[in-house]
Design a protein around this ligand. Structure first.
Ligand code: COA
Length: 260
């Protein structure tokens, strides 16, 4: 598919989605959100994609937020709809993908940018990365899940401070908070994400999809995560990957998972 605001390439099982509006620090406007949805959807459906990496183009920004110029004149109803649509189309959608999604944060990840990174299954960052939720400095609050996912990742007190101060933390602070898993120099960022992706790809994609659903169940209101884990665990026993994984172990050879 051809996109105007993003790039999507697939090689050796990895789809890399690059938000490509460097002159606007990759800010998320309506079209970019729709294109990201389409690219994530397509990658998740494709048997050629085992892991998705999302990053920003240029050396300065992952994503500097939602596009402020698009919502500056919105009223109450339009504001609510903007958040609802964005959450459904992109942020909740990414969190619930059955294909692992890694955010490679290569610079500013602010507002909707940090929210996108947090919707991914985990994050790695370059040493120049800066992260924050600056919305209250604009008279608004995070609307793409930031008030929910940031406390899940860093704890309530740290999240409250970040949201209230609208300040930025640097990559090392983010590492210290557990917001990102690894920090490396910028030129090592995509190679690191790819190295982790390759480790993931050695395992059963079918089991990984069940694991993502089970982990996410912990964060869903009214869902018993332990019960969800029991169901997901049971599901694995009906898969060809399970037969191959256990057989390969007993035969002392490497598993060659048929996958989905
Ligand atoms: N929405 C729309 N445009 C944005 C943007 C956003 N969230 N973030 C950056 N841009 C645009 C700027 O308007 C500028 O466009 P222009 O060249 O046409 O004037 C361009 O990207 C470059 O940004 P600039 O501010 O000149 O870069 P900088 O290095 O001086 O500052 C930031 C970088 C990230 C500190 C600054 O751009 C910023 O504060 N952005 C907004 C962050 C934010 O509040 N995000 C949350 C939105 S809810």
């Amino acid at each position: 598919m051809n996109y105007n605001n993003i790039l999507s390439t697939t090689e050796n099982g990895i789809t890399t989605i690059t938000i490509n509006r460097p002159s606007k620090l990759n800010a998320l406007n309506r079209d970019t959100i729709q294109e990201l949805h389409d690219a994530f959807y397509e990658a998740n459906q494709s048997i050629d994609t085992k892991v998705i990496i999302v990053t920003g183009s240029g050396e300065k920004a992952f994503v500097a937020g939602a596009d402020i110029s698009e919502f500056a004149d919105f009223n109450v109803e339009e504001g609510g709809k903007l958040a609802a649509k964005g959450q459904e189309l992109l942020f909740d959608f990414v969190e619930n993908l059955s294909t692992p999604a890694i955010a490679a944060v290569n610079g500013f990840a602010l507002g909707g940018g940090l929210e996108l990174a947090m919707a991914c299954h985990f994050r790695v960052a370059s040493s120049n990365a800066k992260m924050g939720l600056p919305e209250v400095s604009l008279g608004v609050i995070p609307g793409y899940g930031g008030t929910q996912r940031l406390p899940q990742l860093v704890g309530k007190g740290r999240a409250m401070e970040m949201v209230m101060t609208a300040g930025m933390i640097d990559a090392n602070q983010a590492l210290n908070y557990g917001l990102v898993n690894h920090v490396v120099e910028q030129e090592e960022l995509l190679p690191l994400a790819e190295k982790i992706a390759n480790k993931i790809m050695r395992n059963s994609s079918v089991a990984i999809a069940e694991a993502i659903a089970a982990v996410n169940a912990n964060y869903k209101d009214g869902v018993d995560g332990y019960q969800a884990e029991i169901v997901a665990f049971g599901n694995c026993f009906g898969t060809e990957d399970f037969i191959e994984g256990t057989t390969a172990f007993l035969e002392k050879r490497k598993a060659d998972f048929p996958g989905r």
